[in-house]
Design a binder for this molecule. Structure first.
Ligand SMILES: [Zn+2]
Length: 687
């Protein structure tokens, strides 16, 4: 051993604290939360008591807050635990666990650490927002890990040296990085966001954990995630492989232990709907407010396994219902729950983020006959009441174009207003001329208002890409834009556009065509989520409306695909699926920055309603020739009288009415004049 090595060894020994210090103890002793955090200062385990049992398992230490059985309070033996899986809701302080784990590993200086994130960006973000603030505010870490920004520190953003080891931050998208070194500790952040198979070399979780095999039981792996879709979810698999620990609190009235179950016990108070109560499920049945459960009920609370598991995996379930007092209250969650009753997207978010449960995808069970049976007796090319805005989607095939006009109303209710096939090769102008004519023909609603198509998405992914670009380029002022299904999974319904027209020097033309990527799998989730949820709804509450004019083929195409959880992709069940693609691209129109219907508030819809569905009560327009005065009066009060002349609504008028939406419009293809929602332009359907 050389002098330098000997010196380093001495130093290392000197700063090495008690090897047996657990993560919970380390956090309380050493961790300082930065000023930027919601509760800065010393870490206090009592603030989030439910995290202690998880840290005990991850430390491989006996836990006094974990039980074998309700009546067996001997300290729980965690010595065989290698992997800890946490299936968690949002806003519980759960992400601090990974930081504490890493912090303790660094100070015990006992081996290399691999921290894995869904993407490279996530890794960088974690370093910047989580690790670096912890490092710089915690003296115990500052001594050991030198600032990556300082010259000569040898550290980079994604590689941290410390006495006794090295921490690498990697993305789960690169197999090479996951396989490179032998490590003792692995942190797997938000594993449900990982790809299932990376570079054809297998699951990134397996690739990373295989690195620890040399360490046997001394290895520790911590995986956490908010769950996503049932049977696809990685954290659900890990949870089921483990001993499925639940956090038991005591009924403030009878003392009976139980874990919070939203569906069973959470209700609004019958006396005051603003107050939310949890009703004791295993004892007396009494309801108590959050403040009582989280004080008296939390006294002596503990984790307890509810399954046998594989003996090496401690798995934990933690819903947002457990968040400390002063964080997100139950009443907020109840408001979200109520709002989610008519909105599938919100329900999926609630189930995943609040309840920490998987969303069950049932797209494969969707039958076309079921949807056809729900069709309503409105004619195609008519605008049913409630339908306030029109968009169009065009699919390009080598011998035809297919187009669907969708209508949109409050809460993003969707109507199929029209569906046509235009014959002709898109390489030739004829079929595009037909499309122009189709888009130019106005549709008048039953209030006499002539409605134009606000946006039109043209799919350029078919065999006639250049022709589709040429069409879109010349009509962007009319709201026609080019789309293509995104290559990657789990992308937003509509992403950032890219320039497609480049000069010989490689620069982009200012007025060139832009291509908007569409997260087709995300959109399909939305479409199917809405279709499935409509099953139990009255017509007025349905999200998706169809005309009885649509033929069987339409409905068969609409349900032509189903989500395959084991492959995490949408599989075609039949060849033709244009109707589904068109619905997806109409959703892309709705989410386009020029419309952003998803961000509409009630007031925005109301303003639009006042324009599109003016309920004119004109006593003179329909005076009955004879009849009694009472009947006349009743008629005047209750019926909607049609306006005789065709009113025309242009973008400027809508812009003024929905002016409040203007500040929400973010990146818009063309600069939008201040104070308008849709660029002031002539109604191009009127030309
Ligand atoms: Zn009770």
């Amino acid at each position: 051993m050389g002098a330098t090595e000997a010196f380093l060894k001495t130093i290392t020994e000197a700063i090495r604290p008690d090897r047996r210090i657990g993560i919970a103890e380390w956090s309380e002793k050493h961790r300082i939360l930065p000023e930027s955090s919601p509760e800065p200062g010393k870490w206090r385990n009592e603030r989030t008591p439910y995290l202690v049992g998880i840290m005990d398992a991850l430390s491989g230490q006996a836990s006094s807050v974990t039980r074998y059985a309700h009546d067996d309070d001997r300290p729980f033996d965690n010595s065989r635990v290698i992997t800890v899986g946490l299936m968690k809701g949002h806003q519980l302080g759960g992400s601090a666990l990974g930081e504490n784990f890493v912090g303790r590993c660094i100070t015990t200086a006992a081996g290399n650490i691999l921290a894995v994130f869904a993407t490279y960006d996530d890794a960088e973000k974690w370093e910047m927002d989580r690790f670096e603030p912890m490092r710089s505010s915690t003296p115990d870490l500052r001594r050991r890990v030198r600032d990556a920004m300082k010259k000569g520190s040898e550290n980079t953003k994604l590689r941290k040296k410390f006495p006794g080891g090295l921490m690498n931050l990697v993305s789960a998208t690169r197999a090479g990085r996951l396989k490179s070194t032998t490590v003792r500790y692995v942190l797997l952040e938000e594993i449900d966001e990982y790809e299932l198979n990376v570079d054809g070399q297998g699951n990134p979780i397996d690739l990373a954990t295989n690195r620890t095999s040399n360490f046997g039981r001394r290895a520790k792996i911590f995986a956490n995630s908010t769950p996503t879709i049932k049977r696809r979810s990685q954290i659900e698999k890990l949870y089921e492989r483990g001993d499925q620990r639940r956090y038991f609190v005591r009924c403030p009235d009878c003392g009976s232990p139980q874990f919070f179950d939203w569906h069973k016990g959470m209700r609004r108070s019958p006396d005051d709907p603003g107050v939310v109560l949890y009703y004791c499920q295993t004892g007396c049945g009494a309801g108590n407010p959050e403040s009582v459960w989280k004080t008296r009920g939390y006294e002596g609370a503990y984790w307890m396994p509810t399954a046998v598991g594989d003996g090496r995996t401690a798995s934990f379930h933690l819903s947002a219902l457990y968040a400390p007092l002063g964080w997100r209250p139950w009443s907020d969650l109840m408001d979200d729950w109520d709002a989610a009753q008519t909105d599938t997207e919100k329900m999926i978010a609630f189930v995943n983020n609040a309840l920490a449960e998987c969303w069950e995808d049932k797209s494969a069970e969707m039958k076309w006959e079921t949807i056809k049976r729900r069709a309503e007796p409105y004619k195609l090319r008519t605008v049913p009441p409630g339908c306030l805005l029109l968009t169009c989607a065009v699919d390009t095939q080598n011998d035809r174009l297919e187009a669907e006009i969708s209508g949109w109303g409050r809460g993003m209710r969707n109507w199929t207003v029209d569906h046509v096939v235009l014959r002709g090769d898109p390489a030739l102008p004829d079929v595009w001329n037909q499309l122009d004519k189709y888009l130019d023909t106005p549709i008048t609603n039953q209030f006499g208002v002539s409605m134009r198509i606000e946006l039109c998405a043209v799919d350029t992914g078919g065999g006639r890409t250049q022709d589709a670009y040429d069409y879109c380029r010349l009509r962007r002022h009319r709201g026609v834009f080019a789309v293509k299904g995104a290559k990657d999974k789990h992308k937003p319904i509509i992403g950032r556009p890219t320039d497609q027209d480049v000069t010989v020097k490689g620069k982009t033309y200012a007025n060139g065509v832009k291509l908007w990527p569409v997260g087709t799998d995300t959109a399909k989730n939305r479409v199917f989520g809405a279709l499935l949820a409509d099953e139990d709804r009255e017509i007025v509450d349905r999200r998706m409306h169809f005309s009885t004019d649509l033929d069987d083929e339409y409905f068969e195409q609409l349900t032509a695909e189903a989500y395959n959880p084991s492959k995490d992709r949408w599989d075609k069940l039949r060849k033709r699926n244009e109707a589904l693609d068109l619905k997806v691209y109409n959703f892309a129109c709705a989410y386009h920055p020029r419309l952003r219907l998803n961000a509409y508030q009630d007031s925005d819809w109301a303003a639009l309603e006042a324009l599109i569905e003016p309920r004119v009560q004109d006593l003179f327009a329909s005076v009955p020739a004879r009849g009694d005065a009472a009947a006349e009066q009743a008629l005047a009060e209750t019926t909607v009288v049609e306006v005789e002349t065709v009113a025309e609504v242009d973008g400027a008028a809508i812009g003024e009415a929905v002016g409040s939406a203007s500040d929400r419009v973010a990146a818009v293809e063309a600069p939008v004049p201040q104070g308008t929602w849709i660029p002031r332009r002539e109604n191009w359907l009127r030309r």
